[in-house]
Design a protein around this ligand. Sequence first.
Ligand SMILES: NC(=O)c1ccc[n+]([C@@H]2O[C@H](COP(=O)([O-])OP(=O)(O)OC[C@H]3O[C@@H](n4cnc5c(N)ncnc54)[C@H](OP(=O)(O)O)[C@@H]3O)[C@@H](O)[C@H]2O)c1
Length: 323
Amino acid sequence: MKYRTFGRLGWQVSEIGYGMWGMGGWTGSDEKESVTSLDRAVDLGCNFFDSALAYGDGRSDHLLGALVRRHSQRRIYTATKVPPLNKQWPSRRGVPVAEVFPPDHIERSLHQSLEHSGLDHFDLLQFHVWEDDWLDDDRWRRRVDDLRAQRLIGGIGISINRWEPWNGVRTVRSGAVDAVQVIYNVFDQAPEDELFVATGEMNVAVIARVPFDEGSLTGALKADSVWPQGDWRNTYFVPENLRATLDRVARLRRAVPEGVALPELALRFILSNPAVSTIIPGMRRPRHVESNLAASDAGPLSADLVEQLRAHRWDRTPTAWSH
Ligand SMILES: NC(=O)c1ccc[n+]([C@@H]2O[C@H](COP(=O)([O-])OP(=O)(O)OC[C@H]3O[C@@H](n4cnc5c(N)ncnc54)[C@H](OP(=O)(O)O)[C@@H]3O)[C@@H](O)[C@H]2O)c1
């Protein structure tokens, strides 16, 4: 495992981190398998874990706290998120931050995450949705400063809404945050245009999330893929999205060199960009942990292949189903 510097916070984080949404909230999660997967990741050098209060209503925060206690001799970086008070994912333009992240809600949510996890602090607290306009109201900033002064958090980050990488650039440029979490993968290359320029200039860490486009870039999706009732993926891979996505994946497969698996290509494409501090694939199976973490040792792709993959950029705009 190789490590990168986490922006101005200076942490040395594993190039491949860990996304905990699936084990917290998707159907088909098995607690024992999740714990084995998490332990295997730590053994292989992973040290950055992304949770959220909303993932299984505290289940992933609980798993994260237990992981830290099982590996107390290792430095594990813990990240969680404050859910929007109005429960709107993604956030709606024009709704004031006072209705989404009022200061007391921020503090209360952090304390809930601390309680679920049994930890005495989180390294990174992130806002689970974001609007750049919220920068102009400094009440959240003052409360975050208080929480930092109390050593309940080490840094603050924003998680940018799907397919809106522009909707955080002003906040990054203001110096108000230490980290941004954004969708960045072979399809979603738009963060390179503006966001990564700003994070580079401001030394803000970049957490690349959804490296597999929720699973399509693993090659596992089929035209008749459906998930158990209540699974979030049924609302994302609606027929319109599934069809278009499978066409794109079929085209992409032709660019995959002999001997390289599609998930490996997807991760190594992201690793090829030095703007990224860590990638957080969602994984619940030890075999996924092992193959994904090995991508760090395999390293970035050749410049020629990265150039070829530029043609697979897919700029999308938010829709009713894309939350
Ligand atoms: N708004 C936000 O802040 C937000 C939104 C979305 C996600 N996130 C964060 O980003 C993380 C990653 O996103 P995600 O989990 O939604 O999507 P993702 O990482 O793009 O895809 C996860 C899917 O890929 C599968 N997978 C992983 N490695 C694989 C491999 N080597 N071969 C085949 N399949 C593989 C996983 O299967 P298994 O689960 O069966 O292992 C899971 O179905 C989340 O866990 C969460 O921490 C944040």
